[in-house]
Design a protein around this ligand. Structure first.
Ligand code: GLN
Length: 547
């Protein structure tokens, strides 16, 4: 039987990082999908960590959790939001995983007495993983985004893997270089020299780019396109502009304006099956026209405003999706709760907001202020949505202020609390004792049942759900009955009824006071907002219209 043809597109960065490679890789997947192809997106990160679970999100961005519990780079979230293809462990490679696998195989005598070398055994393992992901996804086109920038030492084995695949099958493997065109203020014109250097860096590892995508403030001028096309001997149509855009959802639309889909398929010798990006194009243009605003506060510990956009990317996008769908533009405000710990009178600033979200988080810092904010939101009927830590915080606020258990706490923040209302999950105790921290939380998708008549059930319009988790602590079973008696409703539980997955106050008591032990933000899509984000945003809009 003839092997089915599959294509691979490697997306690599030149000049500098943080120019939106993830969005470009996602958009490439989106436009090829819109032409009728089954695509899979992968991310390869250069770090030695096995996964992103042990990396500080404040510096490296959100830890995205997949259905199978993979703790991955935030770009897997972008891929899912753009292509709606579920990313699993196979879609994510790190240097650490590659080495761990090679070393494990060596220990199992699988190298038949040969010595194991960085070259070629490391790049070969990278190739094996890429091909395994393709097989698992049955993708016709697999897009592999490399973290980092060409010229970086740690990227070499990954570039070599691409070279191995390309030299074996030149018609099936393509390199897309994403470069940045600098425009020095003094000159006021785009310069292509750094991009030329990035191309030379690629040459030095035996790779020619097949496409060059020019990120810049403005579209690349035709002079610049011509220069770059000469330098890498590519037809000018393969030099694609990617200027700054109003929203990330414009990027696929912009690519189509540049004919990227057509030229890419032509290069791959694939026919265009049909083309339908209409829903997406409509959304991208709708976003620009929305005028009405809803003010949502993200309430947590100290926010570095530059990096928090990456740290909370799925939360921000979920707010966007829900608001846009309701024809509102969200104005997101970052509220540092440590100030409330020093001065509670500052809590009244929350009145200015239409609703607040307490997102996921770890560690004690800022939690006392979050508890104060959660209590203020309850008393003042400000819509409150708690995500994972945010649910634990609202439960603690309820225990302290309604049950009058003044020292109620989570054992994550105070091991000696007399009232451990939030406590270590039973299966986590041993893990913490043995310092077994990597990939050991309750991770990935788990089912839950919803309570009849609850806000949650109304939002989802179904009784059984499945959502993604990432936590070690939970509502302590010993306190469930007293909390319920005091009016807190556990409207979502694990099917055996043991784990509390959603807590809420009835609609008659509060317009929206709800927290989830899971992370709904991982499943929101631009055209299909998450029902809980939609219900929360509706409550925020109602508050705005009332005041
Ligand atoms: N730190 C809390 C826990 O581990 C909450 C985790 C989170 O918000 N993802 O249970």
């Amino acid at each position: 039987m003839q092997k089915k043809e599959t294509k691979y597109i490697f997306v690599v960065g030149g000049v500098m990082s943080s120019v939106g490679k993830g969005i470009i890789a996602s958009s490439t997947g989106k436009i090829l999908q819109s032409r009728g192809y089954k695509v899979a997106n992968m991310k390869a990160d250069m770090y030695v960590n096995i996964d992103a679970g042990t990396i500080r999100p404040a510096e490296h961005g959100e830890v995205f959790v997949g259905e199978d519990g993979v703790e991955a780079d935030q770009d897997l979230g972008n891929y899912e939001r753009f292509t709606n293809q579920i990313s699993l462990r196979d879609n994510y490679i790190t240097t650490g995983q590659v080495y761990a696998e090679v070393i494990k195989r060596e220990r199992n005598l699988e190298y038949g007495g040969e010595d194991v070398e960085v070259y070629p055994d490391i790049p070969k393992e990278i190739v094996r993983r890429i091909e395994a992901c393709q097989k698992k996804n049955e993708s016709e086109i697999t897009i592999i985004e490399y973290g980092g920038t060409v010229g970086e030492y740690q990227l070499l084995p990954f570039l070599e893997a691409a070279r191995m695949m390309k030299s074996k099958s030149p018609k099936d493997v393509f390199i897309v270089l994403i470069s940045y065109l600098l425009t020095p203020t003094l000159l006021g014109e785009q310069k292509s020299k750094p991009t030329q250097h990035a191309i030379t860096d690629l040459y030095s590892v035996g790779l020619n780019p097949d496409f060059v995508i020019c990120r810049a403030e403005e579209s690349a001028t035709s002079d610049i396109k011509r220069t770059i096309s000469n330098v890498c001997s590519l037809p000018i149509e393969r030099i694609i502009s990617a200027p700054d855009v109003y929203s990330i959802y414009d990027v696929p639309v912009n690519f189509e304006k540049e004919n990227f889909g057509t030229v890419l398929l032509k290069a791959m010798n694939l026919p265009s099956r049909h083309k339908d990006l209409s829903d997406w194009t409509a959304l991208a243009s709708k976003i620009k026209k929305i005028k009405k605003e809803v003010r949502i506060g993200i309430v947590g510990k100290y926010f570095n405003l530059k990096s928090c956009k990456d740290t909370y990317i799925s939360v921000i996008e979920s707010i966007n999706h829900a608001s846009w769908n309701l024809n509102y533009k969200p104005q997101i405000l970052w509220i540092d709760t440590e100030k409330y710990e020093k001065d509670q009178s500052k809590l009244s600033e929350l009145d200015e907001l239409d609703g607040i979200i307490v997102p996921g988080g770890f560690g004690k810092r800022g939690t006392e202020g979050m508890i104060l904010a959660a209590d203020y939101a309850r008393r003042n009927k400000i819509p409150y949505f708690g995500l994972c830590l945010g649910m634990q915080i609202m439960t603690l606020a309820y225990a302290r202020n309604v049950l009058n258990l003044k020292q109620a706490n989570s054992t994550e923040f105070d091991l000696n609390t007399p009232d451990p209302v939030i406590a270590t999950m039973a299966d986590q105790v041993e893990k913490i004792k043995n310092k077994n921290y990597g990939g050991s939380m309750r991770l990935g998708a788990y089912p839950a049942n919803l309570k009849e008549g609850s806000i949650a059930k109304g939002a989802y319009s179904k009784a059984k759900i499945s959502e993604r988790h990432r936590h070690r602590y939970e509502v302590n079973t010993k306190y469930i009955a007293v909390l319920e008696k005091a009016g807190l409703v556990f409207s979502g539980t694990s099917p055996n009824g043991v784990l509390m997955e959603i807590a809420e106050l009835p609609k008659a008591v509060h317009p929206f006071y709800l927290g989830t032990q899971f992370h709904p933000e991982f499943k929101s899509r631009p055209l299909v907002p998450h029902p809980l984000f939609t219900t929360f945003t509706k409550a925020c809009i109602n508050k705005k219209l009332r005041s």
